[in-house]
Design a protein around this ligand. Structure first.
Ligand SMILES: [Zn+2]
Ligand SMILES: [Zn+2]
Length: 372
């Protein structure tokens, strides 16, 4: 099969690899029908997040069951459509049984695809602990409806959940990339009253308003923190979500919350992160700083897809481009340089399907313009 293989910082190649086979009774093999590129993949290829050379990258798989281990008989069918979360907990280790599934096996251990085992940028994918991780796609939902559940919807929503947003809260979401937009949507789903979307890109701020932001602030118009204070009677936000992974946004998020507020951090940081003295009230501000890695596992995926099935959520407007998996180099270049208004790209191993998707994605963009 063809696969996109990481060969160290700055080096990736589209090459021939053996098709994976079930090795263990609890494994399954999925034939990928749709996948996508994540900001984290860009960090990996740039050498900003260490991954072992030789691995197939990609952690957002949508597909069809191709082979099942003996332990999965009667639970799933070959040919069944499934998604698998970016995070694949085993469901049995110390961390899983303590409820922190994303840390399965140890720090960041739940993230396996394209990090510690072969990932989804290929025609076939080996899924370990499949019983905990294969989530059947509800009838009537397309690949494009659900592909963002694997990572960004789960991650963005988790920022709102970990922040424990309550009905009527004032929430500030720092950065409106795909994850930040899903965090904005998460704040809306949790019942926040004032949702402030912050970014430097006017197009992304426009989309933020369609995802639930009630106010948007462009960082090019000045420091957003005094404006957040002004909008909250001088107090600051109940919850700030950091969705970029920079010292500057972390610091601004901390400055933006009220005493006793929560900073819910989703960003992937490089190096160290420093808390400024005044914003941290010397450590006496009763603030909570929580971090979250994308929740995975089939039950999480089921819940996210249920919200899409009942039309509480529509993520298709975020899929702005479509490519054949053969053209992943071109897709990666577009995505990593944020050209052409890209938010997420759908990748298809089947070139005919990619071609069909290119026209429907264009139609989706029209919908988005009507919405805003
Ligand atoms: Zn990701
Ligand atoms: Zn585990």
């Amino acid at each position: 099969m063809k696969a996109l293989v990481f060969h160290g910082p700055g080096q990736k190649a589209w090459e021939e690899r053996p098709k994976p086979r079930v090795e263990d009774a609890s494994d399954a093999v999925v034939r990928i029908t749709t996948t996508t590129i994540c900001g984290t993949d860009v960090h990996i290829v740039r050498g900003e997040y260490p991954v072992k050379p030789g691995l197939i990258l990609g952690h957002e798989p949508v597909g069809v069951i191709d082979e099942l281990g003996a332990g999965l008989e009667g639970l799933y069918d070959v040919g069944q459509r499934v998604i698998v979360g970016a995070i694949t907990p085993c469901g049995q280790c110390f961390y899983c049984l303590n409820g922190v599934h994303s840390q399965c096996g140890g720090g960041v251990g739940g993230w396996k695809f394209g990090n510690t085992i072969n990932g989804a940028w290929a025609e076939y994918l080996l899924v370990p602990d499949a019983r905990a991780n294969l989530a059947p796609i509800p009838t009537g939902l397309t690949d494009e409806d659900v592909v963002l559940c694997c990572d960004i919807f789960s991650t963005g929503l988790s920022g709102a959940e970990s922040g424990n947003i309550k009905v009527g809260d004032a929430v500030a979401v720092f950065a409106q990339g795909p994850i930040g937009l899903c965090a904005t949507l998460g704040a809306k789903l949790r019942g926040a009253a004032l949702i402030i979307g912050i970014d430097g890109n006017a197009d992304r701020l426009r989309i933020a308003r369609t995802m639930g932001a009630t106010v948007t602030l462009n960082i090019h118009d000045g420091d957003p923190v005094p404006e957040i204070k002004r909008l909250t009677e001088g107090r600051g936000a109940d919850v700030a979500i950091e969705a970029l992974g920079l010292q500057e946004t972390f610091e601004n998020a901390l400055r933006a919350i009220r005493p006793g507020g929560t900073l819910s951090s989703l960003g992937v940081y490089s190096g160290k992160v420093v808390a400024p003295y005044e914003a941290f009230y010397a450590g006496l501000g009763d603030e909570k700083i929580v971090t979250t890695l994308c929740p995975g596992g089939k039950e999480r995926m089921r819940r996210l897809m249920a919200a899409i099935q009942t039309r509480r959520v529509d993520l298709r407007p975020l899929v702005t481009h479509a490519f054949a998996l053969d053209d992943i180099a071109e897709a990666f270049d577009l995505f990593s340089h944020q050209r052409d208004g890209v938010l997420k790209v759908a990748l298809y191993p089947d070139p005919a399907r990619a071609k069909a998707a290119q026209s429907s994605v264009a139609a989706g963009l029209v919908d988005l313009q009507v919405l805003s």
